[in-house]
Design a protein around this ligand. Structure first.
Ligand code: SF4
Length: 635
């Protein structure tokens, strides 16, 4: 294979038959699908039977890197995991960074396709092209740090990279995460539960098969150019200094910090849980992903009521501080850091976990849940002990935790009593900590995104409002966005922002890139440099048009899966809460969507995407335009 940035090899695993084989696709496969979830969907759409349960062994699961993964440039070591989601019933999609994605590439494979279910727990051992399915019965039931140690001892190698599930995945908690390095998570859409349903405890990789860019000199120049920018670029320097948690204060100032289960936009306790507080109190180190100079990851050490929070479990991101903090009205940073640690030990998505507990807290405050339901746990807002107890019970699926392990949308169906009115979800997935009432474009992307509410799939409003800095304006103009959007106003320009930036960020995802470096916020590079980088990596004559086409192809593949499962326009919706005026204090008080403006945004978005406005689904013509004719056939 002429392309030196990839291995040209995809590993196939049939757990039922306990067999593996290697596929060597032609370069045209990489040229068309790029990597990540677009590649994964080419297998899932063809092989996963329509309408199956997400825990059926026939639910094909894919793990794909991108073409730049494992090369020496910031923000390239990411992996996408896909399968039908047990949380939403739609396509599942989740990315994570760290060192595993680069090491998988160095171990000789660009991606893995997993089918079937092992008769007993196993793990996959991939060592420089050699593959073994090994027994994992002794690892079953172990938390991530325990399995990590046991696997390293067993393989006599402390330097292997491990992607694994914890007890939550084994117990099929519907929002179970896949964890690497004990602190990085493929968190969203329950991919850890799918791994658990397959009796696949872990994937372990080792290797030094370094890949090369087509133009190494150009890539190095780009790497150094970005690195030199960090001290003078407030957004990337801020991300380095205070991590994503540095956003807490600003979000609160704008009335956009979801508080008490998304009923308010300002939290009175925000001053004790922000990134600056973390930096000045419990932060002991800044960590990074393979070859990234930003180093935005947190390492914290603290203690909550005698329980140690250890550095190896990382530290809470902005989202985690939101869901376990302001969503639950908890202002104790150590309690939040402990919740983060427990999620990383057990393999839980911190967003859905914290948000589901917040939903239960609101239901409890309204008397829709009682002490009898919760097993005697006082689930009032602000009760950190109760929040931590629920994390433990959810991971074990014990007591009331067994109901919350379904996620808030499914739990509300079990409980009823009006609790569905308290949901803050889209397509059954809990909303991240960026409020659609304040960042008005978020509501649209939460609704139309194929895998439910997700804040990384569109550019955030501030980048294209009149107050945006010069760099932000230049970035937007490079992707054809030259008009400002007016804060709070819902018009066609807003739908355009979502449609255009979703395509760019979709390309970022499928290429295995970090959206801080190459996407949302564009803290280090410009869109034109994304094209420059992809050209240096592949040697192909790529343009911004190709970036749009790649991104659009991925979105259409994901949407096609949902279409086949019966999803239509009516599923592109937000929970009723988002149509009610926000309570509390601050500039967002009283804001909400009207049904009319929300449906109008969707009409314009579908039009811009070239989809059927009545159904919200891709048309055969659009699929053909994207070289996806085969999708029409497999539908
Ligand atoms: S910006 Fe942060 S999350 Fe992204 S690659 Fe760098 S260290 Fe990892």
């Amino acid at each position: 294979m002429a392309l030196e940035c990839i291995n040209g090899k995809i590993l196939h695993v049939d757990l039922t038959k306990r067999t593996t084989w290697v596929e060597e696709p032609p370069e045209s496969f990489y040229r068309t699908y790029g990597g990540g979830s677009a590649m994964g969907l080419t297998y899932i759409l063809k092989e996963t039977p329509k309408g199956i349960d997400a825990f059926d062994p026939a639910n094909v699961m894919t793990f794909f890197t991108g073409m730049p993964t494992g090369l020496l440039i910031s923000g390239q070591s990411r992996i996408s995991v896909n399968a039908k989601s047990p949380l939403t019933g739609a396509i599942g999609d989740s990315q994570s960074g760290g060192f595993f994605p680069a090491r998988l590439k160095h171990a000789g494979f660009d991606g893995i396709v997993v089918r079937g279910k092992a008769a007993s727990p196993v793990y996959l051992w991939i060592n420089e092209g050699e593959v073994e399915i090994r027994d994992a019965a002794h690892l079953w039931g172990k938390q991530t740090h325990e399995s990590e140690e046991l696997i390293k001892q067993e393989l006599k190698d402390t330097n292997v990279q491990i992607l694994q599930i914890g007890p939550a995945g084994e117990n099929k908690v519907r929002f179970a995460a896949i964890i690497s390095m004990m602190n990085r998570a493929n968190g969203r859409t329950g991919m850890g539960a799918v791994m658990g349903s397959k009796n696949l405890k872990a994937i372990v990789v080792q290797g030094a098969l370094r890949k090369k860019a087509a133009d190494p000199k150009a890539l190095t120049e780009l790497f150094l150019r970005g690195t030199k920018r960090i001290p003078d670029t407030p957004s990337s320097h801020g991300l380095h200094v205070d991590g994503t948690a540095g956003g807490v204060g600003w979000q609160n100032f704008t009335g956009g910090l979801p508080t008490r289960n998304y009923n308010e936009g300002q939290f009175e306790g925000h001053e004790t849980i922000g990134g600056d507080v973390m930096t000045n109190t419990i932060l002991v180190k800044r960590d990074t992903c393979f070859s990234c100079t930003i180093r935005c990851k947190r390492v914290v050490e603290t203690e909550y009521k005698g329980i140690k929070v250890e550095g190896r479990f990382g530290g809470p991101e902005y989202e985690t501080i939101g869901t376990f903090g302001s969503y639950c009205a908890i202002s104790d940073l150590s309690a939040i850091a402990l919740a983060n640690q427990m999620c990383n030990q057990n393999g839980l998505d911190t967003i859905t976990c914290g948000a589901t507990i917040a939903w239960a807290m609101e239901s409890f405050e309204k008397g829709q849940l009682t002490l009898e339901d919760t097993g005697g746990i006082d689930l009032h807002f602000g009760n950190a002990d109760a929040m931590l107890k629920m994390v433990e019970l959810i991971a074990k699926r014990e007591g009331f935790g067994n109901i919350l392990a379904e996620g808030s949308a499914k739990a509300s169906k079990i409980i009823g009593r009006g609790t569905e009115d308290n949901l803050a979800t889209a397509k059954g997935q809990e909303a991240p900590a960026h409020m659609p009432q304040v960042k008005r474009s978020m509501g649209l992307i939460y609704a139309v995104n194929p895998f439910g509410a997700d804040h990384t799939q569109t550019e955030h409003d501030g980048s294209i409002e009149e107050t945006a800095g010069e760099d932000a304006r230049l970035r937007m103009s490079q992707i054809g966005m030259t008009n400002f959007i007016k804060p709070g106003v819902i018009d066609k320009e807003r739908s355009k922002l979502v449609a255009v930036t979703q395509k760019v960020l979709s390309c970022v995802d499928m290429m295995g890139l970090c959206s801080f470096v190459w996407g949302v916020g564009w803290v280090l590079y410009f869109p034109a440099e994304l094209v420059e980088m992809l050209r240096a990596v592949t040697g192909w004559d790529l343009s911004m048009e190709d970036v749009f086409e790649y991104g659009e192809r991925r979105i259409n593949l994901l949407r096609a899966f949902n279409m086949r499962e019966g999803f239509t326009r009516k599923d592109d919706d937000l929970a009723p809460k988002f149509f009610r005026p926000l309570q509390g204090t601050g500039p967002s008080k009283g804001i909400h969507y009207t049904r009319e403006e929300f449906e109008g945004m969707k009409d314009e978005y579908y039009r811009l995407m070239g989809w059927d406005i009545q159904t919200g689904n891709p048309t055969p013509e659009k699929l053909a335009e994207l070289k996806l004719d085969w999708v029409v056939e497999v539908m």
